[in-house]
Design a binder for this molecule. Structure first.
Ligand code: TRH
Length: 386
């Protein structure tokens, strides 16, 4: 059976950078590691440009890192069957242009069609992973593909060279120092506990800053531009622009530029603790071998708290301090005695938290990686066994 050679990935930037962050990572990996000609359809090139500065914001079609990037302007247009790729992925239930779907139905052999879903640690995901969904009118079937944390899901996105790159970086203090220095971090700031902070604006940043400020040990908090701007500005006493820095008590807060995706990985690898959010940075923190705190994307009716608890039940079932801090950080419970005792209990468990980061990574690696799992299932579908 011929291997698939082309793939179209449709991505809409709903909000923030996560959706394009994930799709860009997946597109690159499918191209680099599996030799597939990927076309990434993106509606918002400006957001894409933030995480990948090579992206031209006014181009209809461009080639970046071996991936064809097409500006997805609207739902119009007719397509010929031979314009359709072997594999078609819609990210997170986006509506593919009707003309493209009609061409999918005409193509022989038909493409294998996936809806790639969002990440959740909830148990129902296992039951829905790879379920078929027949098209209501056309002779086409779409398969739901769920990333996840168990062997009964699609696993997590992870490049095969990641280990080597991270280990080379983390084992070379001079490289870590030079990377941080390029971002403006001084030697004095590097000597403190280094924390990166990426969260949504409603995170209780000021409470945490107070705890760090009044603590016994120095903390350097590195905040990318645009993150929790009001609370960061209140601490700084000036606009939270890249390069802005202020020390109060034991805490130094420094604003970093928003960096390209590979440098964001390095930032996570360079820090002792990472606050991450959404989906993509959350997964990247899991590959940094460092403790992390997740700020989950808020949903109606506090559904995100259910998802957060599902993840904590898997990751932090015996880590009380991580559970408490995470639940308070996400507003699922009140920080009763304030942030200082919460932080102290967490900081006291840092060694145990680091050990968990190692164990967790090994556990996740056993599930394979999302790109390879997707291609394996695609082969299964094409062979008629699904
Ligand atoms: O941007 P996000 O909040 O994205 C979210 C989630 O994906 C969520 O599931 C989705 O529903 C919602 O958007 C609409 O957070 P996330 O997922 O961590 O994505 C951020 C991306 O930005 C990630 O690819 C890392 C990248 N990044 C950089 O490249 N440079 C940086 O300096 C920073 C801070 C992030």
């Amino acid at each position: 059976m011929a291997r698939p050679s082309s793939l179209a990935l449709f991505c809409k930037v709903v909000d923030n950078f996560g959706d394009i962050g994930i799709c860009w990572r997946l597109a690159r990996q499918l191209q680099h590691e599996h030799g597939i000609a990927v076309t990434l359809w993106v509606d918002d090139l400006r957001s894409f440009h933030r995480i990948c500065p090579e992206v031209g914001t006014d181009l209809e079609l461009q080639q970046i890192a071996g991936v064809a990037v097409r500006h997805w302007r609207d739902q119009e247009g007719a397509f010929a069957a031979d314009e359709v790729a072997d594999i078609v992925i819609e990210f997170f239930g986006v509506d593919i242009p009707p003309g493209y779907i009609a061409a999918m139905a005409e193509r022989r052999p038909q493409p294998v069609w996936f809806n790639l879903e969002g990440l959740s640690a909830e148990e129902w995901v296992e039951g829905c992973h790879t379920l078929p969904s027949p098209h209501p009118r056309l002779p086409l079937t779409k398969y739901f593909f769920f990333p996840g944390f168990t062997s009964k899901t699609g696993g997590l996105l992870r490049e095969s060279a990641l280990d080597v790159e991270r280990e080379r970086f983390q084992s070379d203090p001079a490289e870590v120092a030079s990377f941080l220095a390029q971002l403006g971090v001084t030697a004095g700031e590097m000597a403190a506990l280094k924390v990166s902070l990426f969260c949504y604006p409603h995170a209780p940043v000021s409470g945490l800053f107070e705890a760090w400020q009044g603590g016994d040990s120095p903390v350097t908090c590195l905040v990318p531009e645009g993150v929790a701007p009001e609370q960061v500005q209140a601490f700084l006493g000036e606009a939270a622009k890249p390069g802005a820095v202020r020390t109060r008590g034991a805490l130094t807060v420094r604003v970093l530029p928003f960096v390209a995706q590979p440098d964001y990985d390095r930032l996570l690898w360079a820090c002792d603790l990472n606050f991450v959010r959404g989906e993509d940075s959350f997964v990247r923190a899991q590959w940094a071998r460092r403790p992390f705190i997740w700020h989950i994307y808020p949903q109606d009716k506090d559904l995100h708290h259910v998802k957060l608890r599902a993840f904590l039940a898997r990751y932090a079932f015996d880590l009380e301090s991580l559970n408490s801090l995470s639940l308070c950080w996400n507003g699922a419970v009140e920080a009763g005695d304030g942030w200082a005792p919460l932080w102290k209990r967490f900081a006291d468990e840092m060694q145990k938290l680091t050990a968990r980061a190692y164990e967790w990574e090994c556990q996740m690696l056993a599930n394979g990686n999302l790109a390879a799992n997707l291609l394996k299932f695609e082969e299964f579908v094409r062979s008629g066994r699904a």
